[in-house]
Design a protein around this ligand. Structure first.
Ligand code: MRU
Length: 317
């Protein structure tokens, strides 16, 4: 199953707003439809956004203004702009060249996720932990739904599971949009991998209590100094992991490393507005008129990160 693909002249993607209740495929024919799908998180996760951006340029048919709007649909994940730029670099050569590059971005992601899974699992089973079966904590969704076929951080857990070396995944539910509860639990269930869901606030406490061997997270943008933007809640886990002496590992493709951004304070953090906090799926959960702050991501300073695993290397910031 592919999260996103190019089928008969259009983009097909799994509508992640409908999961876990229904697995529905959307066909996207225009850049504006794609921008809408990105903004409402029908397609989400940094690597999938990179592929969406590249395939979206093929939908733009040379319209540079549409390409610019697509590039800016969400600000934090560098992969979106990266994917758009890769495909847009070939606009002058014509639509076939653009599509060829977009499909290459898709295929590169599939290969990178396989490589990250192997490298991450080797790291955890090798010099870092040497445990028999590992207990992994994670936040948000970093599985195949955030990429094309396999995931980044959750891809490492999947590889451990396939090797018979996964004790369980503790998945943070990930307020406010519940990517952990809705998407990660759904993926782990389909894999047959042992898992339990925990509230976001329980993460650091469970680390302190000693029930976790490693924290694995993905990334939306890694600055040149290793500071890493990822789903809100990652920073609290990093602090908890540091205090508990638990390795905190970022798993992300090379395309998420943004050499042009020197450090985390320069990363734009998307604020998704109060509505997602004060209500859930149309049901109000806070008193009428309550305002809220809703940063979708936070930044973990590089000194709290044990290792960054990419398809090509292990970086120890
Ligand atoms: C492999 S996905 C890495 C990140 O993109 C992921 O952890 C994340 O924060 C996704 O946020 P989202 O708002 O769901 O797009």
């Amino acid at each position: 199953m592919r999260t996103i693909d190019w089928v008969d002249g259009a983009i097909e993607l799994i509508d992640q707003t409908r999961l876990p209740d229904a697995c529905v495929t959307l066909r996207v024919h225009t850049v504006d439809e794609l921008i809408g799908a990105i903004r409402r998180l029908a397609v989400r996760g940094a690597p999938a956004l990179g592929v969406a951006g590249a395939l979206g340029v093929a939908l733009a048919r040379g319209d540079r203004e549409a390409v610019a709007r697509l590039r800016a649909a969400r600000p934090t994940a560098v992969n979106l702009a990266w994917g758009v730029d890769r495909a847009a670099a070939r606009i002058e050569e014509g639509p076939e060249a653009v599509l060829e590059t977009a499909l290459q971005v898709r295929d590169d992601d599939i290969a990178a996720c396989h490589a990250m899974g192997e490298r991450g699992a080797d790291l955890l089973q090798g010099d870092l932990l040497q445990g028999d079966r590992l207990r992994i904590m994670t936040v948000c969704n970093t599985g195949g739904l955030a990429c094309v076929e396999r995931g980044t951080a959750l891809g490492v857990a999947q590889t451990l599971h396939e090797r018979g070396r996964l004790a369980e995944v503790l998945a943070l539910e990930t307020r406010p949009l519940l990517q952990g509860a809705r998407l990660t639990a759904w993926e782990l269930g389909r894999m047959g991998a042992p898992h339990r869901l925990v509230t976001d606030g329980a993460g650091p406490y469970l680390l302190a209590r000693g029930g976790v061997d490693a924290v694995l997270i993905g990334a939306d943008r890694i600055a040149a100094n290793g500071d890493t933007a990822n789903k809100i809640g990652s920073y609290a886990l990093a602090l908890g992991a540091a205090r508990a002496g638990v390795p905190f590992i970022v798993v992300a493709p090379e395309s998420t490393i943004d050499a042009a951004t020197p450090s985390g304070e320069h990363i734009e953090i998307e604020d998704r507005g109060a509505d997602e906090i004060v209500a859930f799926r149309g049901a109000r959960v806070a008193p009428e008129g309550t305002d809220a702050i809703n940063p979708a991501f936070d930044v973990t300073p590089h000194d709290l990160i044990t290792a960054i695993v990419t398809e090509a290397r292990v970086i120890r910031p």
